[in-house]
Design a protein around this ligand. Structure first.
Ligand code: ADP
Length: 395
């Protein structure tokens, strides 16, 4: 079956067409500037990418252009839309309603709408993508795959905040966690590569990209993760602050005379390694600045790695030990120096990184020494493939 995977944001839409039998990516691409002007970058497998500037007043127009390209005589990879057997949609927040992926129907759409309160920037955009596909591909089964679902196995002690209980009961204020599709995929792959039985394993997944989170996966189930009610909690990220003393918000709002909304925007978009370093949110730029002697860039990188290591240490306590630590996403897959610095804190667990094995980018492999008690691994994430697999399993 050919599965179209859609990841829809407020002004962008990423897609992949995947052959579920061979798991090959037939085409992939990105629509940007939806509602502004519109640009489609389409890459058919084995061919050069094509950039098309075309008006995309809304997401339906964007999906329509994508479908045109997929079936185009020259750039296309299928003859007709009838070849698409199912569509898998990434949905950010499933609240407590969705502990696994579901086939989309009217009730599911209503429930995703009800979760929008918890992810006002993401869920409405995901729904727009779902509706656009339904309009253009009537009758094709669609599946929602939630970023939060994998973490629904967290026990209460991990997801309850130290807040009056009524906020949990009235508004669902608790920790949910995100990047679930990635944590699920990477933990399973890590177990396979490390030769562990997933049903008897203690794995920590460090998903470190622009957004970053760590998870504790015990016997294949998430028992804790660093993101919370929203993706703002936890690690220092590209532009997000991660954990801070909540009193800082009022303190800075008062000092600077700014609103909570402005402060929240600063915590989401102007903080993290970007705000700390004053250089960039991109670790390549940070590395370059640090190499040139920029002290703030160096401090930022050290603070970033230290925070990740502290979470790994915490999860060793949560699971009473660790068998493997897996690194994934943009930074985790591409930065040997960040992996090395994080692992330098984990010697007490019996983890020793192998510098030579670690000196790679984007390939699946063990990066710890042969005699390392705890294995360190590099496992490139593949959220689209995971979504396609979930979709096929349900339809
Ligand atoms: P997200 O999906 O959260 O937007 P990604 O997982 O794609 O983010 O990660 C993007 C980040 O990966 C970039 O901002 C950059 O910091 C980092 N990155 C990519 N390539 C490299 C590299 N070669 N060395 C170090 N960091 C890299």
């Amino acid at each position: 079956m050919k599965v179209l995977v859609i990841n829809c944001g407020s002004s962008s839409l990423k897609y992949q067409l995947i052959d579920s039998e061979t798991e090959a990516v037939l085409a992939k691409g990105l629509c940007e500037r939806i509602g502004i002007d519109g640009r489609l970058t389409h890459t058919p497998a084995g061919k050069d990418k094509i950039v098309i500037e075309a008006p995309m007043p809304n997401h339906t127009a964007a999906v329509s252009l994508v479908l045109e390209q997929l079936t185009d005589a020259k750039n296309g990879v299928i003859k007709s839309l009838s070849e698409i057997g199912a569509v898998g949609h990434r949905v950010v927040h499933g609240g407590e309603k969705f502990a696994s992926s579901v086939v989309i129907n009217d009730d599911v759409i209503k429930e995703i709408e009800e979760c929008s309160d918890l992810a006002p920037l993401h869920n409405p955009a995901n729904l727009i993508g779902i509706r656009a596909c339904q309009e253009l591909m009537p009758g094709v089964p669609m599946v929602a795959v939630f970023d939060t679902a994998f973490h629904q196995t967290m026990p209460k002690k991990a997801y309850l905040y130290g807040l009056p209980h009524e906020y949990y009961e009235k508004y669902g204020v608790r920790r949910y966690g995100f990047h679930g599709t990635s944590h699920s995929y990477v933990s399973k792959r890590a177990a396979e590569i490390a030769g562990l039985d997933i049903n008897n394993s203690k794995i920590v997944v460090c998903h470190i990209g622009n957004g970053a989170s760590v998870s504790a996966v015990l016997n294949g189930k998430s028992v804790d993760t660093s993101m919370g009610l929203t993706p703002l909690e936890g690690l220092i990220m590209g532009t997000r602050s991660g954990d801070i003393d909540p009193a800082i918000i009022e303190f800075i709002c008062h000092k600077e005379g700014i609103s909570y909304e402005t402060m929240l925007n600063i915590l989401n978009k102007k903080s993290g390694v970007y705000g700390m370093s004053g250089v960039s949110s991109d670790f390549r730029d940070l590395d370059a600045a640090a190499d040139e002697g920029n002290e703030r860039a160096k401090d930022t990188l050290h603070a970033f790695c230290y925070r990740v290591a502290k979470y790994v240490g915490a999860y060793a306590a949560a699971m009473n030990g660790i068998d493997a630590v897996a690194f994934t996403a943009g930074v985790g897959e591409n930065s040997p120096s960040v992996r090395k610095e994080i692992c330098s804190y984990l010697g007490f667990l019996g983890l020793t990184i192998d510098d030579e094995k670690n000196n790679v980018r984007g390939v699946e492999r063990i990066i710890s020494t042969d005699d390392s008690k705890v294995k360190a691994l590099l496992v490139p994430t593949n959220e689209e493939l995971a979504i396609a697999r979930e979709t096929v399993a349900l339809v």
